[in-house]
Design a protein around this ligand. Structure first.
Ligand code: PDD
Length: 288
C-alpha cells in the first residue's frame, strides 16, 4: 500500500511529500503539532486535541489557515487513504515559508499544514503494558513555555536518546527543585501509599496532555482519587506505582527508574484499570 500525506492542500505520496527549505518550521522550529490516537477506526479525543492545537497557534500568533471542520475532513481522509484502523495521525502547522529572518514574515504568509498517518502494532503496545518500561531521570533544560506543543523538541529528542543508550524507554525530566515535571514525550504519574494518584499541576512546567485529561475523567468514573500535586524524585522512587501517559501509548507502567526497582518491579493494578476503562470513557470520532 502506498502511504499518503497531506501537504498544503494536496494528497501526495508519502515518499515524495516535502516542504520548502525556508519553511520556518525547518529553520526556527516555528510551528506546532498534535499526535492523536486512532483505535478501531475511531479518533480518540479529537475535540480536545483540536482545542489544544488552537491554543498553541494562538500562543504563537499563527493563524488557523483552514476552517476546523475542513481540517477534520483532511484528517479523516488521510486516515482512510492510509487504511489506518489502529494507529495515529500527526498534524503539524508552521508559520509558513519566508526568506530567513527571525521576525515574523509579512501578513498573509500562508501557514504550512501537514498531516500524516500510520498504523501501529497493538502487539508492541500490549508487550510494554505487560512488562512495563524502564526510565531514567534527567535535568529539565527546556524553555519555560513547554505548555505550548511546539515542534522544538531537541531537548526531548536528546533526553530520549540518552534513555535509549541507558537501556530505558523514557527520560523523566526533573526541575531544579528536584520535582518531577514530565517525560520526554509523556506525562508522569505516581500512586502514593494511600492509593492516591498524583501528577504535576499543568499550570507551569509541563504540557497539559490530552491523555492526562482523559485519565482524570476515567479516574472520576472509577472513583479513584487524583491530586494535581508535584512530587520529588525520592517520593516517586517509593511509589506504589509509577506510570506515564501519552496519546500513542495511553498508559505505560514504569517498573524501574535510574536502575532502581519501583514497588515489586511489576506493572501495578491502578494503571491497568485505567487503561482498560480509557476507551469507554474517551470521546470517539469515526474516521468514516
Ligand atoms: N507527545 N508531554 C510531552 C512533552 C509530550 O510530548 C507529550 C505527547 C505528552 C502527552 O500528551 P498527550 O497525552 O496529549 O499525548 C506530554 C507526543 C505523543 C509526541 O510528541 O509524539
Amino acid at each position: 500500500m502506498t502511504r499518503i500525506a497531506y501537504v498544503n492542500g494536496r494528497y501526495v505520496r508519502h515518499a515524495d511529500a516535502s516542504v520548502h527549505i525556508e519553511d520556518r518550521g525547518y529553520q526556527f522550529a516555528d510551528g506546532v503539532y498534535e499526535v492523536c490516537e486512532v483505535r478501531h477506526a475511531m479518533i480518540v479525543d479529537l475535540t480536545r486535541h483540536l482545542d489544544r492545537l488552537g491554543r498553541s497557534l494562538t500562543e504563537l500568533r499563527i493563524d488557523w489557515s483552514m476552517h476546523r471542520s475542513a481540517l477534520v475532513m483532511v484528517i479523516r481522509e488521510v486516515l482512510r487513504r492510509n487504511r489506518v484502523r489502529n494507529g495515529l495521525f500527526y498534524l503539524q502547522v508552521t508559520r509558513g515559508v519566508a526568506k530567513r529572518d527571525h521576525v515574523f514574515p509579512a501578513k498573509g504568509t500562508r501557514p504550512s499544514v501537514v498531516v500524516t498517518a500510520k498504523s501501529t502494532d497493538p502487539g508492541v503496545i500490549a508487550a510494554k503494558n505487560a512488562n512495563g518500561i524502564r526510565a531514567i531521570t534527567v535535568p529539565d533544560n527546556r524553555w519555560d513555555r513547554v505548555d505550548i506543543k511546539t515542534v522544538g523538541l531537541l531537548s526531548n529528542a536528546l533526553a530520549r536518546q540518552q534513555a535509549r543508550e541507558a537501556g530505558a524507554q523514557e527520560a523523566i525530566y526533573v526541575d531544579p527543585d528536584g520535582l518531577v515535571t514530565e517525560g520526554a514525550a509523556t506525562n508522569v504519574w505516581m500512586v502514593d501509599a494511600d492509593g492516591a494518584i498524583l501528577t504535576r499541576p499543568a499550570e507551569h512546567g509541563i504540557l497539559k496532555g490530552i491523555t492526562r485529561s482523559g485519565l482524570m475523567d476515567v479516574a472520576r468514573a472509577l472513583e479513584l482519587t487524583v491530586r494535581e500535586e508535584a512530587f520529588s524524585v525520592e517520593k516517586m522512587m517509593d511509589a506504589r506505582e509509577v506510570f506515564i501517559t501519552a496519546a500513542t501509548s495511553i498508559c505505560f507502567p514504569v517498573i524501574e527508574i535510574d536502575g532502581r526497582t519501583i514497588a515489586n518491579g511489576h506493572p501495578g493494578g491502578v494503571s491497568q484499570k485505567i487503561r482498560e476503562a480509557f476507551f469507554d470513557v474517551a470521546e470517539k470520532t469515526s474516521i468514516w
